[in-house]
Design a protein around this ligand. Structure first.
Ligand SMILES: [Zn+2]
Length: 423
């Protein structure tokens, strides 16, 4: 087994001889090729918000914007393709900010805020938030760790030993809107470099030179994070497929962010709908092979985890696929087209018996699904009762022709019809 140290050495050797994407890190524009979204929190809240203001009248959204603008300049000079969600004192909806970050195909989202406390005027520490749980969102935690260390090291706080990285689920049960709505695409954090409600803290945050220093802390953290490479996984087949055949092996090509596949030992894994999958991993080719678990669901989602040799985690964005059932399900948008297709399929299998084939079974299941879909699309459509009765007779047919015990389902459907359609 090759140790991590050997991986590193081999990779460095490779880097010195090849002209792959790693070369970008040594040039004058170390962030060339990376898309970064900077989100200055809030905007234009003065008329109605008396919380986001310090003891002498400095407002959070003003500080956020000044720091963000400085940071934007630095990142642009370093070659990054920067998107600012706002550039003046205007509010943008949280959903709108998330959409911008996704459309920008950002590699990282940095939402810049500053903190306030209504019950502790002395509180002044840095906090960096990430979405959800640390094990599910390791890339965001990686960046948060680098950023918090920089804040503690370079900025001044009244409680210099304070500060922490927190899940945004500590603020709201379902997390913060901007991080929740972007986490399926990119890692991101909300940075809170100090408290504007603390008198000395507000004094510092008012100062442009201190704002520049803070921007420099963000900038250095971003440089460090990207220098460590942004590992990623590419699924085969791609998640733009019409549907995924769950009986086939699924593959992921892993890249350590430098065009290679140098990952920490035992760091690679793959999950289907939150449960670990059995997989094989080839550290030479970087190909991970997994056999999906069969699912009755309309969609399945896979997450790949791994940490490259420089310590950066792969962002565990979900790769979501329609299943075969799901494809049949979602391709109808009107109850009537679903119902008519169900009728057509029912006719095809009306006369099957114990010699029925697997294909017949598939048609039968699709017919049941489509009758159900017609009822989902419009609960009481004109043929609702007929759809319910057809589901019942198809279940009975399935039981007889395929010798599957469906007694419970059949009884439930029969009861449903007598109870819900009494006449
Ligand atoms: Zn804020």
């Amino acid at each position: 087994m090759i140790s991590k140290l050997v991986y590193t050495t081999v990779c460095l050797l490779l880097l010195s001889t090849c002209s792959g994407p790693a070369v970008m890190y040594t040039g004058e524009r170390p962030l060339a090729g990376f898309n970064i979204t900077i989100d200055p929190g809030h905007g234009d809240t003065q008329a109605y918000d008396d919380f986001r203001v310090g003891p002498t009248g400095e407002r959070e959204e003003w500080i956020n914007l000044r720091v963000a603008k400085e940071l934007s300049k630095k990142l642009s000079w370093a070659g990054a393709n920067v998107l600012m969600t706002r550039t003046d004192d205007k509010d943008i909806s949280l959903g709108g900010r998330a959409t911008l970050a996704i459309k920008h195909q950002s590699h990282l989202l940095v939402s810049i805020h500053h903190n306030g406390s209504t019950n502790d005027p002395e509180m002044d520490i840095p906090i960096v938030y990430f979405y959800g749980s640390a094990s599910q969102n390791p890339a965001s935690v990686d960046f948060a760790t680098i950023l918090l260390a920089g804040m503690r090291d370079k900025l001044n706080f009244e409680q210099p030993d304070g500060g922490a990285i927190f899940s945004d689920h500590l603020i709201y049960d379902s997390g913060t809107s901007i991080l929740r709505n972007t986490v399926d695409h990119l890692p991101g954090v909300i940075g809170e470099a100090g408290f504007f409600t603390q008198i000395a803290g507000e004094g510092r945050l008012k100062s442009k030179s201190y704002n520049s220093l803070e921007a420099e802390v963000y900038y250095q953290a971003i440089l460090t994070y990207f220098e460590r490479g942004i590992p990623f996984a590419t699924p085969f087949p791609s998640d733009t497929l019409p549907y995924l055949d769950l009986t086939q092996t699924l593959e992921f090509q892993l890249d350590d962010g430098f065009g290679g596949a140098f990952f920490e030992e035992h760091s690679v894994s793959v999950f289907q709908d939150g449960k670990p999958l059995v997989f094989s991993w080839d550290p030479v080719s970087g190909i991970l092979k997994a056999t999906p678990v069969l699912s009755d669901g309309h969609r399945v989602s896979f997450q790949v985890f791994g940490r490259n040799f420089k310590g950066n985690a792969l962002h565990s964005r979900p790769f979501s696929f329609l299943t075969k059932t799901g494809k049949a399900w979602y391709s109808y948008d009107e109850w009537e087209s679903a119902f008519k297709q169900a009728e057509k399929l029912s006719t095809q299998i009306a006369n099957i018996d114990t010699n029925a084939t697997d294909q017949d079974l598939e048609i039968l299941d699709n017919a049941i699904n489509l009758y159900q879909l017609s009822l989902e699309l419009q609960i009481v459509h004109r043929e609702a009762r007929r759809a319910e009765e057809s589901i019942l007779s198809l279940l009975e047919l399935k039981q007889t022709a395929f010798k599957i015990d469906l007694a419970e389902q059949i009884e439930a459907q029969r009861l449903r019809i007598t109870e819900y359609y009494p006449d």
